[in-house]
Design a protein. Sequence first.
Length: 444
Amino acid sequence: MKKLSTLKSARAVALQTLIRVLDDNSYSNISLNNNLIKSNLSQADQNFAARIVYGTIQEKIYLEYQLRRLIKTKLKENYLYPLLLLSAYQIFFMDSVPNRAVLNEANKLAKEFGKKHSVGYKIVNGILHSLIRQGSVLPSVKDKIDYLSVKESTPKWLVSYLISHWGEQRAAKILASINKSAKNTVRVSHLAEQKLVKENLTNLGFAPIDSEIANDELILAHGGVFKTQLFHEGKLTIQDEAASLAVSAFNFSGNEKVLDACSAPGGKTVQIAENLPQGQVTALDIHEKKLNLVLANSRRMNVASKVLVKPLDARKADTVFDKGEFAKILVDAPCSGLGLIRRKPEIRYTKTKSDLINLQRIQLEILDHISSLISAGGELVYSTCTITKEEDEDVVKSFLETHSQFELQPFTAGKLSAPSGMLKILPDSYDSDGFFIAKFIVRG
Ligand SMILES: C[S@@+](CC[C@H](N)C(=O)[O-])C[C@H]1O[C@@H](n2cnc3c(N)ncnc32)[C@H](O)[C@@H]1O
């Protein structure tokens, strides 16, 4: 593996990161950050490296299909395949980079990363020349699953899942939408003056516009808001529009006790706390370390005095808290995260269909063990950042079958309403994360 101290270019950082991600399934964001910290690259070069890494992972199935027929020998050195993939990404997806530059840079990287006397650079050069001659190829449209799987770089099981639930046309629309880049969204704190924050963002050149679905969300023209004073002073936080709706589904009185059963990193904990001038939110998470993030978020958003953190498996909550102790409970459950593919490109390759059923079991166990802790007339919101029926509607159905004191309650969240008590936001509807929210009340 290349010594980090010698990573001098954006492409070298990208290649080093992809070698780690493809060889040992490292998380792309962690591996990229580790390499960037040691690289001394300018901000523009860091952005360029990030675009290559995330883009190559996002389009991996498509890129592998393009290269498949052209790789005729076994690629022995471990940098060769990642280098071919990231070069192919630049050829097909980065119009601003001329093919000549891709070839030159690949040649340099092959010499830099290859062993002494390696002929790797010749192999790379030959394959990339053939790739440019070949151009983009796709499977026949007659096999819709194969075709969409390659075109939108998504595993076949997921394409087939989307088609079976939403039909071919909608599935194609959803798939195209998850390959767009995610919007830069911020939620303005309930404790801040929304108009002033918007003016400030305008003056800073972020050109904020109102969200179509959430009342307190703004869409920014570009990233980097975390460097502003507004962010450090807790006037706003980075949160997706759809994700912000889960907490909006509650009707807060302002002095109640609330339980956030799966809270880290705390995006929704702070949002709850902002609505509690007199109340308190208890934030649980099974991973003790992650609760530091909840604390840090609470401090930054100026609500630390309202937040109590407790490391706990929510499936044991009924052994720790009293019956009817909370007026409101949020279960923002661990889930497959398939609604977040746009932000986390590797999710599509790591999840399998059997994960959906395993997660459903955990989701139902959590709901079961917190159900006795809600007071009569109290509210339960169940949410996931996924769109699968197994983790969303099926969980609601099974929960209601075994907990007759609960019923679904119609609600309004931001600018959307859910007369059935359930709200499913598909990623193509508003170009937000895919998200699911169900609201229940406990019969009084
Ligand atoms: C979807 S994330 C929550 C996101 C969070 N609500 C927010 O808005 O920032 C799910 C969280 O549940 C936690 N978790 C998983 N299993 C759990 C369990 N059995 N009990 C409590 N927390 C759990 C995970 O560690 C993860 O932090």
